[in-house]
Design a binder for this molecule. Structure first.
Ligand SMILES: [Zn+2]
Length: 247
């Protein structure tokens, strides 16, 4: 079983992120007077969809009824690259141009950034998960967006079927990067090879929704693997400390 883990941690400190391509510190948040119910009133001109949208994300997913792509139908190709952490790790990790692509048969998107949420924003049959990572892709010069959302669950240390999350996690190198970036702002090489293998081997749920942060733009195509990646309790705890509540 895949285990994930560590990846995140570092990545995370996200305070209000980012299902957008803007890596500047956002003016909204999740817990104070700038929470989701206030997003529209904070900017009535640009955030109209946050209040009046018809296909807003996130949603509660039902794998039995939602449109699902068979393993391999969603093509993903993300090169190993050097990644520089965002300031204060409080925003998205920008991805260099021309190094990451997603193709669903109709559209090809280019990877712009990725970021984390704790807990998960999407639910599956009413259940939420400890964390969720969003890889934000764009096509047509940003006019169209596609987001790969990967859910994280905690590994059960008692389960004999569970591999060590530190040996084969698709996010291992990302987690290691996160740990380093707690103390340094320099770039480090990060490998996405195992993440690509994980996605290509998965059934992937897809639906048309929106950005989950202001301006809550609709028309975003979401891709969410059925299975969660597993994280160790220790890695998740670090991630949670860095990110706080941001879903
Ligand atoms: Zn997001």
């Amino acid at each position: 079983m895949l285990s994930l883990t560590v990846l995140f941690l570092a990545i995370f400190l996200v305070q209000g992120i980012q299902c957008s391509t803007d890596s500047n510190k956002p003016s909204y948040n999740y817990t104070d007077t700038g929470g989701p119910l206030e997003w529209y009133s904070m900017d009535r001109k640009n955030n109209k969809a946050c209040s009046q949208g018809k296909i807003q994300s996130p949603i509660n997913l039902d794998p039995d009824t939602i449109r699902t792509l068979a393993p391999g139908e969603l093509k993903i190709n993300i090169s190993d690259v050097d990644i520089k952490p965002p300031k204060l790790l409080s925003s998205s990790f920008k991805f260099p141009p021309g190094k990451g692509y997603l193709t669903d048969g109709n559209s090809t998107y280019e990877l712009r950034q990725f970021h984390f949420h704790t807990p998960s924003e999407h639910h599956i049959k009413g259940e939420y998960y400890p964390a969720e990572v969003h890889f934000v892709f764009e096509a047509n010069k940003g006019e169209r967006k596609g987001v790969l959302g990967v859910l994280f669950d905690l590994v059960d240390p008692e389960s004999p079927d569970t591999d060590s999350p530190d040996t084969d996690s698709p996010f291992q190198t990302i987690f290691n990067h996160i740990k380093r970036t707690r103390y340094s702002s320099r770039s480090y090489p990060v490998s996405f090879r195992e993440l690509g293998d994980f996605v290509r081997a998965s059934d992937v749920m897809t639906y048309t929704g929106s950005l989950t942060t202001p301006p809550c733009t609709e028309g975003v195509q979401w891709y969410i693997p059925h299975d969660a990646i597993l994280s160790s309790v220790g890695d998740y705890t670090l991630l949670r400390k860095l990110l706080k509540f941001n879903a």
